[in-house]
Write a protein that binds this ligand. Structure first.
Ligand SMILES: Nc1ncnc2c1ncn2[C@@H]1O[C@H](COP(=O)(O)OP(=O)(O)OP(=O)(O)O)[C@@H](O)[C@H]1O
Length: 229
């Protein structure tokens, strides 16, 4: 579903590479943690998948297509197939929960009847039934992240990318968010999550890809945050 083939990325004006000769293959339906110190290249790897950054060398494939060769007008279609969730939620502050989730469907031209059907379904899936009329600032951090996940998942993308989704949440709330991401993964969605959160990685026991100074130093099935046998 996602394939990095000897990918390097050096940002203009930077002396060192953000990623260096990275090869990773993520199958459809996998759940992968991307771990590593700050600056090790995790966000850069995620940005390459979205074609928000382009590789300096090597190839990035998403669903069999080399996305660096994708025509510019096809990039929005690529991004539509990839839901994104971030540490800071990024909700629209002046819209209700319903409107935040509906917006993701409206911008891709879904009919009003489909929006009316799918939004409540998705809010129920993320455990926010009955909260559709709230404003984001009337929700806890964990609930806001659930809205962000609902918005990312509402059009059933093939891939969900999460960059530090538990970074602003306490451990108990993080467990709930991870259960939700796990549930989404079980629907067949490929999940790639960059994180510093030892607790969630150790608890979930999924594949762990560790970056250090832009290089893959570990790729372990059912791994923990740190290396163990
Ligand atoms: N837009 C940019 N322009 C120049 N250099 C950048 C840019 N984005 C990232 N870098 C550099 O690339 C390297 C990798 O950064 P990246 O953000 O991918 O790391 P990260 O592992 O996601 O870190 P963090 O955990 O702090 O988010 C760092 O040296 C960083 O300074």
């Amino acid at each position: 579903m996602i394939r990095f083939e000897k990918v390097s990325k050096t940002y203009p004006g930077q002396g060192h590479a953000a990623l260096e000769n990275v090869s990773i293959d993520v199958e459809k339906g996998e759940f992968v943690f991307l771990v590593g110190a700050s600056g090790s290249g995790k966000s850069t790897a995620l940005r390459l998948v979205l074609r928000e950054a382009r590789p300096t060398a090597g190839r990035v494939y998403v669903a069999g297509k080399e996305i660096n060769r994708l025509a510019g007008w096809k990039v929005p279609r690529l991004r539509r197939q990839i839901g994104t969730v971030f540490q800071d939620f990024r909700l629209l502050p002046n819209k209700t929960v319903n409107e935040n989730v509906a917006f993701a469907l409206q911008v891709i031209g879904k009919s009003r009847s489909e929006v009316t059907r799918v939004v409540p379904e998705t809010l129920e899936l993320v455990g926010l039934e009955g909260k559709g009329d709230r404003m984001p600032d009337e929700l806890s951090g964990g609930e806001q992240q659930r809205v962000a996940i609902a918005r990312a998942f509402v059009n059933r993308p093939m891939i969900l990318i999460a960059d530090e989704p538990t970074g602003n949440l306490d451990p108990a709330t993080s467990v709930g968010i991870m259960k939700l991401l796990d549930r989404i993964n079980r629907t067949g969605t490929t999940v790639v999550m960059a994180t510093h959160d030892h607790g969630v990685v150790d608890q979930m026991r999924k594949r762990v890809v560790e970056l250090s100074a832009g290089q893959v130093v570990r790729d372990q099935a059912q791994g923990g945050y740190g290396f163990s046998h």
